[in-house]
Every structure is written in structure tokens, then in C-alpha cells.
Ligand binder design. Structure first.
Ligand SMILES: NC(=O)c1ccc[n+]([C@@H]2O[C@H](COP(=O)([O-])OP(=O)(O)OC[C@H]3O[C@@H](n4cnc5c(N)ncnc54)[C@H](O)[C@@H]3O)[C@@H](O)[C@H]2O)c1
Length: 339
């Protein structure tokens, strides 16, 4: 396959990982990296040009695809600029920070006839895929209830506090998977709290109940305030309880633990680990799927409507926290003039 000429925009936590994957993949020709912060140049893979000007990056000769890894509120302008140049766009989750932005982006993609895919990485995680396969086989019966947890380090919460919310940053991962497994979410009731770990006035944790259209119910627990000195970076679990069987994902363990004077460490063996220096893992699978899709049009595992629905559920959780009441998802969609 001829390598796909691509760019990465936004070289922060996840954009740096995407850039490393693309620089090391034979399926990609990483032509340029872009970030509004000139200091991001230090995170660009060796030999790859860098610019702080988006238009300059998008004008790279022969460019075919753009990986948008800017903060949530900056997805829309970047995605729209790339689509306007007829480029294939990978946009990190969540699709956007607001329903208005999401609708405008979907409209822009539809005008181009497609070419916008949202990176919900759990759709490429074999543990969640296997759980979905079990559900789809029918052997678990009808969904009775689901339980999901996504707890990450306080360092992550401290890095993004004030910019986004727990439901939008972490919850959207599970809300997408829960919809995938159990169908549309009708209503959410979320409570937020904490102990001031991440910052004054910032929620460390969210606990929510979910009501599905099917009648099933669910629980979702989120935190970005677990102490980093424990070494447990991703304590994420999911349980699907069906009328005829049940299935579970547990990714708190990475399969390897190292204990030294610096404390315990559980090195990443799944999402973006290095195999003898080469970026590997699920992020690489996701990125190479996108590159192959640009070449042969293979399907993306979720639609823009799926990405939008996960966003709506996350926004409903935020509204529920703010207004201290259960929120039906239809409230957001029907109350939105851009829907
Ligand atoms: N799939 C995952 O597991 C995963 C993990 C982390 C973050 N994310 C998502 O990725 C996106 C980025 O998150 P992050 O944690 O890497 O953020 P970050 O703050 O670490 O990095 C964002 C980068 O974008 C740059 N930037 C800001 N505005 C820009 C603009 N208009 N044009 C170009 N660059 C701009 C910033 O300078 C920064 O370097 C978010 O949507 C987030 O939810 C996904």
C-alpha cells in the first residue's frame, strides 16, 4: 500500500503519541505537525516539519489525512478547515465540546460526502470488542444492567482541569461503549464530588445512573483523582449482565508490575506502549485502520451519529450535575436549535 500522507494537529498528551505512531508506521508518511504552542516542536518526531500555522500545515503538498488532537473546544475549527480542503479527518473523542459544534462538523462532513471519523479508542480494544461479540451472539440474552468504571490518575485531572469535564473527557469513552452494548441511553442522573484532589472547585469524581430505552439500567463511575503514587493509571472495568449470561472487562491490571524505591509501576502494555522503541498497541491499530480506510474505504467502527450520541449523553451528565436532577437526553436534542 502506498503510504498515506498525513498531518497531526495538536501535539499534547495524545497528539504526541499519534505523531510517534504515524512516524513509525509504513502505512503513513507524516508530512507535518502543527501546534499553536511553539514549544510543541520539541515533541515532534525527528525529521518531521513543524508549524504553528494551521493553514500552512493543511497546505502541505499531497496531504491526504489529518489527525486532529487539539483540545475538545478546538476540534470544530480544525476539522472544518481540513474538510474544506477535502482532507480525510480523524478527530479525537469527544467529537466536540458542544452539540452545536458537533452538528456543524457532521454537516460539513456530509457536505463533503464523508471523510470525518471520530477516534473512540475502545472500539479498537479487543477486550471491549470481545464483550460486544458476546452480546451480539445473543448468548447473554437481553441486557439487564451494565456497570462501567473509568478511574485515572490525578495527574490527568490536573492537566485538563478547567478545560473540560469528567463526562466529556473520560465518560464519553464508556457512554459510547455502553450504547454499543445496550442500545440508546434515555436518561442520566449524575452526582459529582470529591476531596479537592484535582483542584479547588473541580470535581474529582462522578457517579451516575443510566436508563436505557430498552428498560435496562446502568451505573457509571468516573474519576481523574486517583493518587498517581499508587502506580495504577487506568482502573477501568465494565460488566454486562444479561438475562442468560454475563461478560466482564477489567483493565486495571496491565499484566506487569514493577516495585522499586520509586514505588510501584504498572507499565502500559496495551494502549500506546513501545515494542523495542517502536510505538505499538491499540492506538497504532486505530491509526493504521484509518490509513487503510483512506486507501480502500473500509468501514469505521462507529458512525458520526454514534459519536454524537455519546457526546449528548456526556452533556446530559454535565447538565444533571449542574441542575441536580435526572436529565432525559431528548431535552438536549430537542432544546438545541442546531439539531
Ligand atoms: N483516545 C484517548 O485515549 C485520549 C486520551 C487523551 C486525550 N484524548 C482526546 O484528545 C484531545 C486532546 O487531548 P490532550 O489530552 O492530548 O490535550 P493536551 O492539552 O495535552 O494537548 C492539546 C494540544 O493542542 C494544542 N492546541 C490547542 N489549540 C490548538 C489549535 N487551535 N491548533 C493547534 N493546536 C492546538 C495545545 O497547544 C496542546 O499542545 C481531546 O479531545 C481529548 O479528549 C483522547
Amino acid at each position: 500500500m502506498e503510504a498515506v500522507k498525513c498531518a497531526v494537529v495538536g501535539l499534547g498528551l495524545i497528539g504526541t503519541e499519534h505523531a510517534a505512531v504515524l512516524a513509525g508506521s509504513p502505512a503513513a508518511d507524516l508530512a507535518v505537525c502543527c501546534d499553536v504552542d511553539p514549544q510543541a516542536k520539541g515533541r515532534v518526531p525527528d525529521g518531521v516539519p513543524f508549524t504553528t500555522v494551521l493553514d500552512e500545515a493543511l497546505a502541505a503538498p499531497g496531504l491526504e489525512a489529518v489527525f486532529v488532537c487539539t483540545p475538545e473546544f478546538a476540534h470544530r475549527p480544525t476539522v472544518e478547515a481540513a474538510l474544506a480542503r477535502d482532507l480525510h479527518v480523524f478527530c479525537e473523542k469527544p467529537l466536540a465540546a458542544s452539540l452545536e459544534d458537533a452538528n456543524a462538523m457532521i454537516e460539513a462532513a456530509n457536505r463533503r460526502g464523508g471523510g470525518l471519523d471520530v477516534g473512540h479508542i475502545l472500539r479498537f480494544d479487543l477486550r471491549y470488542i470481545e464483550l460486544w461479540r458476546a452480546v451480539r451472539s445473543g448468548k447473554l440474552g437481553r441486557c439487564v444492567h451494565v456497570v462501567a468504571r473509568r478511574n485515572s490518575w490525578d495527574t490527568e485531572g490536573k492537566a485538563v482541569r478547567g478545560r473540560t469535564t469528567l463526562p466529556l473527557y473520560l465518560g464519553v469513552h464508556d457512554l459510547d461503549v455502553l450504547r454499543w452494548l445496550a442500545g440508546d441511553i434515555a436518561r442520566v442522573y449524575a452526582e459529582a464530588g470529591g476531596a479537592g484532589v484535582v483542584g479547588e472547585g473541580i470535581h474529582d469524581t462522578v457517579a451516575a445512573t443510566l436508563r436505557f430505552d430498552s428498560g435496562a439500567v446502568g451505573l457509571l463511575e468516573l474519576s481523574w483523582g486517583t493518587p498517581s503514587q499508587t502506580g495504577i493509571e487506568w482502573d477501568s472495568r465494565l460488566a454486562f449482565i444479561g438475562s442468560e449470561g454475563s461478560a466482564y472487562v477489567d483493565i486495571a491490571e496491565t499484566g506487569v508490575s514493577v516495585y522499586t524505591a520509586q514505588g510501584p509501576q504498572f507499565p502500559d502494555t496495551t494502549y500506546w506502549p513501545r515494542t523495542y522503541g517502536a510505538p505499538s498497541g491499540i492506538l497504532r491499530t486505530e491509526d493504521e485502520h484509518l490509513l487503510l480506510r483512506v486507501r480502500d474505504g473500509r468501514p469505521w467502527p462507529l458512525t458520526l451519529e454514534d459519536a454524537r450520541a455519546a457526546l449528548v449523553a456526556a452533556l446530559a451528565m454535565d447538565r444533571s450535575i449542574a441542575e441536580e436532577r435526572p436529565v432525559s437526553l431528548t431535552e438536549l436534542v430537542e432544546g438545541d436549535p442546531t439539531s
